[in-house]
Structures are given as structure tokens and as C-alpha cells.
Design a protein. Sequence first.
Length: 71
Amino acid sequence: MSIVEKIDTRGMSCPQPVLMTKNAIEEHPEGLDILVDNNTAKNNITRFLKNLGYNLEYKQESKDILIEARK
């Protein structure tokens, strides 16, 4: 079982969450968990990762959303 990198983009406004995701996915192309706290970041990260061919799942964590991206 591989360990998946988790990044926390809560409190950040775009484009910072997408840039953090881009940098992290370059280091961990097998997958990534991204914690977001707003729909704009969720939508932009979703679009970015889908364009790269990742499968995404979303989990509600209190007021936040966890995006699980896997190849």
C-alpha cells in the first residue's frame, strides 16, 4: 500500500490551490489528497486534474471537502 500525499489548501484563494496541486502532483503522480474549503478551489482543481486524466472522489470533512485524485 502506497502512502498518498495530502495537501491543505484551506484559506487560500485561486490560483494558489491549483498551483500547490500542480507542484504536489509532479512529485506524486500516482495520486494526491487535496483539502479545500471553497467551491472555486474545488472546481478549478477538479478541472485541472481531470485534464490530466485523474479519477476523482469527493468526501465531506466537516465544512471542508477532501478531493482524492488517483491515476
